[in-house]
Design a protein around this ligand. Structure first.
Ligand code: MSP
Length: 508
């Protein structure tokens, strides 16, 4: 057994969750479930980023205190994650006392490193991004992400000597034997980071003198920690940094930080540098997935096209939403979520292909074999073909998931479902029921066994439906048997009546 500590970004609570937040968190959930299935000691962390100017401004705009406001919004995140059947082990809030204590501990030690100094910061700041921009990063003077003008900012801050870490970080990234080694994926993103790193690093501001909604610095309480420093530290405080050395050494370093490309620099450069400066090992891997548009457009409040996770769950169920989001485009690249074709994909992939396969199998075993799954009789090449496809599924899904290729894993599974449906059409069990009962036995058993293996592979992706699928096949979901052909119990029975896994949607 090995440990597997994975994280999502902690999301800003200036507003309620949307499907962008859901996307990363669902992906993390699939990995968490997959690793638990392999027997790993998994710690899956998500949570909320609650301090900073952005959240304070959102609270003020609604006439609430920051604390009152974040307590309310955080409820929406928890509710959304519950609706999506997300199995995180811990939900961290940066306003938790335990986290704040860890932040103070980190700063106390950090100050002794000699890497912290006081200076004056002058520059351009985008509150929506909670970050500074250099002139040449702006597009027509506007924030490249939000299209809004940054504010002119000038204040006395504490600084971190990030500038001295260029070589240290480059070595840590490129040299697998470096004691601080960490990986950045996909490769294209790694190259971008290395390219930017070659241009040199500047020291960064790590505190605010004018913002009280944050963690006061232990060595100067007139300053609060800069929200990004506070936020990044969640990954350490959640597993006991500063208060539980046993838990910390059990899970740290994080095995995987999942996030999108918008916040890669913070995770791939600033965070490892902070840790190294404080004598803590960096995470093992940072993976930046792509950004998606919705119907070709960036999601934004002004456009009014922000989709809440609940909207997808209402129409497609938790599993339908999970499946549709992860199968839409490859994880590592940018993509588009086409809402108009979701109904069709739901009907074709889930209701028709997968749902019907199970339905007709359970019905046939009942109709032709009184519900008892028969032992195999004579085997034909066509049976071998499906067997090979189903046997190959596990290793292929494993390979895809080890590379975070969620859509590939789902595509391979779908192909196996298609092969099983084709097998039914080719063997025509309803005809065999009249002409060849022996052969019928093999066909039914082959189908049940193939579907058991398909359901096992689908467990991390569509947990509720995969569980129901196994139950209908007469398999205990808590103990679905080995992931190899032939482990279906000798005296197995399907349920007396099939119930649809994914009821077909009326498409307008
Ligand atoms: N609070 C910071 C993160 C701190 S982590 C120490 C933050 N929060 S956020 O609410 O803006 O979330 C950004 C993340 O949400 C992205 O990195 C990504 O994981 C997810 N996404 C938000 N919109 C998305 C898309 N349109 N497409 C893909 N992922 C999306 O940044």
């Amino acid at each position: 057994m090995s440990k597997f500590y994975l994280t999502t970004p902690i999301y800003y609570v200036n507003d309620v969750p949307h499907i962008g937040h859901a996307y990363t968190t669902i992906a993390a959930d699939v990995l968490a479930r997959y690793h638990r299935g392999r027997g790993d000691d998994v710690f899956f962390l998500t949570g909320t980023d609650e301090h900073g100017a952005k959240v304070a401004e959102a609270a003020a705009a609604r006439g609430k205190s920051p604390k009152e406001f974040v307590d309310e919004i955080v409820g929406h995140f928890r509710a959304a994650w519950q609706q999506l059947d997300l199995s995180y082990d811990y939900f961290i809030r940066t306003s938790d006392e335990r986290h704040e204590h860890g932040v103070r501990t980190f700063f106390e030690r950090w100050e002794k490193s000699g890497d912290i100094y006081k200076g004056v910061y002058e520059g351009l700041y985008c509150v929506a991004c909670e970050r500074f921009y250099a002139e040449d990063e702006l597009v027509n003077g506007l924030c490249p992400d939000h299209g809004t003008p940054p504010i002119q900012y000038s204040e006395e801050n504490y600084f971190f000597r990030l500038s001295k870490y260029g070589d240290v970080l480059t070595r840590a990234i490129v040299d697998a034997d470096d004691p601080n080694h960490y990986e950045i994926e996909p490769a294209a993103r790694r190259n971008e980071v290395l390219g930017k790193l070659r241009l040199g690093l500047q020291d960064i501001s790590i505190s605010r003198a004018s913002l009280s909604w944050g963690v006061p610095l232990p060595f100067d309480p007139s300053h609060t920690a800069y929200v990004w420093i506070d936020a990044l530290l969640n990954y350490a405080t959640a597993v006991g940094y500063g208060d539980d050395p046993a838990q910390f050494s059990r899970y740290w370093p994080a095995d995987l930080h999942l996030l999108a490309k918008d916040i890669l620099w913070f995770h791939a450069i600033i965070w490892p540098a902070m840790l190294i400066s404080n004598g803590v090992r960096p995470p093992r891997k940072v993976y930046a997935h792509g950004f998606f548009t919705v119907n070709g457009q960036k999601m934004s409040k002004t456009r009014g096209n922000v989709i809440a996770p609940a909207q997808l769950v209402e129409r497609y169920g938790a599993d339908g939403a999970r499946y549709l989001l992860l199968s839409e485009f490859p994880f590592g690249t940018d993509g588009n979520v086409a809402l108009d074709s979701m109904d069709q994909r739901f009907n074709s992939d889930l209701a028709n292909d997968l749902g019907n396969l199970l339905n007709r199998t359970v019905s046939m075993v009942n109709r032709y074999h009184q519900g008892a799954v028969p032992p195999a009789g004579p085997v034909q090449p066509v049976d071998e073909e499906l067997r090979r496809a189903a046997e190959g599924l596990g290793p292929q899904v494993e390979r895809a998931l080890d590379r975070l290729e969620f859509s590939v894993a789902l595509e391979i599974t779908r192909a196996t479902v298609t092969a099983a449906n084709r097998y039914v059409d080719a063997t025509q069990p309803w005809a065999l029921a009249r002409t060849d009962r022996n052969r019928l036995a093999t066909v039914l058993r082959t189908l049940v066994e193939a579907e058991r293996l398909i359901a096992i592979e689908l467990m991390p992706f569509i947990p509720g439906s995969a569980r129901r699928m196994l139950e209908q096949l007469g398999v205990d979901p808590a103990n679905p048997g080995e992931r190899r052909w032939g482990a279906y119990p000798a005296d197995g029975r399907v349920v007396p009546k099939a119930t649809p896994l994914f009821p077909k949607l009326e498409v307008a």
